[in-house]
Write a protein that binds this ligand. Structure first.
Ligand SMILES: Cc1cc2nc3c(=O)[nH]c(=O)nc-3n(C[C@H](O)[C@H](O)[C@H](O)COP(=O)(O)OP(=O)(O)OC[C@H]3O[C@@H](n4cnc5c(N)ncnc54)[C@H](O)[C@@H]3O)c2cc1C
Length: 414
C-alpha cells in the first residue's frame, strides 16, 4: 500500500479505537498501537452515559461550590494536599475558562459535538453490528429537595438554551418510571436522549475487533516519540526499539498524550481528573435508567451486567495509589437514593479522565509536525464524543471538510 495511505493510531481506548475503525473504513491502512489491551484504560470503567447535557461549562456557579466541596470529606472533589502546588496552574486556567465571556464560546463548542453525538454513536454501533449495546432508556437527574432542584436552575436554563429534550417529574411520577428510587426524591429531570451504553469496555473491544476485521493491525507496545523522515513520512518509535513508518499518525493516548505532545514541542495542560467506580454484580435491585445526582455529582448506572456507582473528581496526579474510600462514599450516597441497593460481588476501580482546563477536547492537527493529529482531552465526555471525534479526525486526515467548526478544538489554543 502507498505509504501516504497508512496511519498509526496511538492508543486504543474508546477514542483511538473509534478513530482506527473509521479510518480503516475510509480506505486507509491502520496500525493500532497500545501499550496494553484495547479498552483497559479510562474507557474501561466510565459511567456509560451518552451525556449530551454535560457540555455545560464550569462557570462562577461551579466555582462557588468548590470551597464547600473541598472541605467536605464526603464531597465530590478531593485534592490531595501533596498535589496542590502541582495542579495549581491547571486549576487557575480552569477558573479562567469559566469567565462568562469565555464560557459561552466553550459551551457552543461542546454543544457542536453533543448535537451530533447520539446519532454518531448510533451509527457507529450499527457499523460494528451491535445496536443492542445502547439501551433505549435515558438518564434521570434526581433532587432530594426543592432547594437542590432550585440550585440547579442554571443547568436547566442551559438545556433550554441549547434545545435539549427534558421533562421535569415530581413525587410519585418518579417512582412510576424508576421504582428503585427512594420516595424521598422530591424532583427528577428525565433526559430521554442521554442513553446508556450497556458495557463501555465491550464497546471498545468490539470497535477494535471491527477495525481488525476490516484489515487494521494491532501492535502491542508503548510509543515514546514520533519523528519525521526526509520524505514527509512519520516514524513512530516504540520503547522496545521498534520503528513504524507511516503517512500519518493520530495521538489518542488519553491522559498520556501529554507526554507525547511535550516531545513534539507542543506542551498541553492535560491533567488527570481521577474518578472511581464500584461495579456491583448482585445489587438486589434492577434499574432501567442511569441516574445522576447533580448535588452530589455522581451516577448510578445499570451497565456491564450489574449496577455501577461512580463519579468523583480527585486531583492527585497519575502516580498516587487509588484511595477507594472515595468509591465507598459514593456507594453510601447511592444507597440513600436507591434504598434497596445491596453491595454484593462488588469490585472497585479508578481511572484517569484526560482533562483540559477549558473542558473541551483537542481534535486537531499538530501545530509542529505535519501529518500528526491529536484526539485527546475528552475529560468527562470521552464515551459521549467518541464516534463524533472519529468522524472529525477521519475527515481531517482524509482532507474532507469536517461537519463542525474545528477552530475551538485546535491544539494551538494553548
Ligand atoms: C469515573 C468515570 C466516569 C466517567 N463517565 C463517563 C460517562 O458516563 N460518559 C462519558 O462520555 N465519559 C465518561 N468518562 C470519561 C471517559 O471515560 C474518558 O473521557 C474516555 O475514556 C477517554 O478515552 P481515551 O481513549 O482518550 O483514553 P483511554 O481510555 O485512557 O485510552 C488511552 C489508551 O492509550 C494507551 N496508551 C497510553 N500511553 C500510551 C503510549 N505511550 N503508547 C501506546 N499506548 C498508550 C493506554 O494504554 C490506553 O489504552 C468517565 C470517566 C471516569 C473516570
Amino acid at each position: 500500500m502507498d505509504e501516504k495511505k497508512t496511519v498509526a493510531v496511538v492508543g486504543s481506548g474508546v477514542i483511538g479505537a473509534a478513530i482506527a475503525l473509521e479510518l480503516q473504513r475510509r480506505g486507509l491502512q491502520v496500525t493500532m498501537i497500545d501499550k496494553g489491551e484495547p479498552g483497559r484504560g479510562t474507557s474501561y470503567g466510565n459511567l456509560a452515559s451518552i451525556a449530551l447535557d454535560f457540555a455545560a461549562g464550569s462557570g462562577p456557579s461551579t466555582w462557588r461550590k468548590i470551597p464547600r466541596w473541598l472541605l467536605d470529606p464526603e464531597g465530590p472533589v478531593w485534592l490531595r494536599p501533596a498535589y496542590a502546588l502541582k495542579v495549581a496552574p491547571w486549576f487557575l486556567r480552569f477558573i479562567a475558562a469559566g469567565r462568562p465571556a469565555r464560557l459561552r464560546a466553550i459551551e457552543d463548542a461542546g454543544m457542536s459535538l453533543s448535537n451530533q453525538a447520539l446519532a454518531d454513536v448510533r451509527a457507529m454501533l450499527g457499523v460494528i453490528g451491535a445496536p443492542e449495546l445502547m439501551s433505549d432508556e435515558g438518564c434521570l437527574a434526581i433532587y432530594e429537595t426543592e432547594a437542590e432542584f432550585a440550585g440547579d436552575r442554571g443547568h436547566i436554563d442551559f438545556m433550554r438554551r441549547y434545545g435539549l429534550d427534558f421533562d421535569v417529574l415530581s413525587g410519585g411520577d418518579i417512582q412510576a418510571i424508576e421504582p428503585a428510587l427512594s420516595p424521598s426524591i422530591a424532583k427528577a429531570v428525565l433526559l430521554p436522549d442521554n442513553k446508556t451504553i450497556r458495557d463501555p469496555y465491550q464497546l471498545v473491544v468490539k470497535l477494535a475487533d471491527a477495525a481488525r476485521a476490516l484489515g487494521a493491525t494491532f501492535v502491542s507496545g508503548a510509543v515514546r516519540n514520533v519523528e519525521k523522515t526526509g520524505d514527509g513520512s512519520s516514524v513512530v518509535l516504540l520503547e522496545n526499539g521498534e520503528r513504524i513508518t507511516v503517512g500519518s499518525v493520530v495521538l489518542a493516548a488519553g491522559v498520556h498524550t501529554r507526554f507525547l505532545a511535550e516531545k513534539l514541542g507542543e506542551p498541553i495542560p492535560l491533567e488527570t481528573e481521577r474518578g472511581y467506580h464500584t461495579q456491583i454484580m448482585r445489587p438486589g435491585v434492577s434499574m432501567r435508567h442511569s441516574v445522576i445526582w447533580p448535588h452530589r455529582a455522581f451516577m448510578i448506572t445499570p451497565t456491564a451486567g450489574g449496577i455501577r456507582v461512580g463519579g468523583n473528581v480527585e486531583l492527585a496526579g497519575l502516580d498516587a495509589a487509588p484511595d477507594f474510600r472515595r468509591a465507598r462514599v459514593l456507594v453510601r450516597h447511592a444507597q440513600r437514593a436507591v434504598p434497596g441497593l445491596k453491595v454484593e460481588e462488588a469490585t472497585e476501580w479508578m481511572g484517569h479522565r484526560p482533562s483540559l482546563p477549558d473542558t473541551i477536547p483537542i481534535i486537531s492537527p499538530s501545530s509542529k509536525m505535519p501529518g500528526v493529529w491529536y484526539a485527546t482531552g475528552h475529560g468527562h465526555l470521552g464515551l459521549t464524543y467518541s464516534a463524533t471525534t472519529a468522524q472529525l479526525v477521519a475527515d481531517m486526515v482524509t482532507g474532507r471538510k469536517p461537519s463542525v467548526e474545528m477552530a475551538p478544538f485546535r491544539i494551538d489554543r494553548y
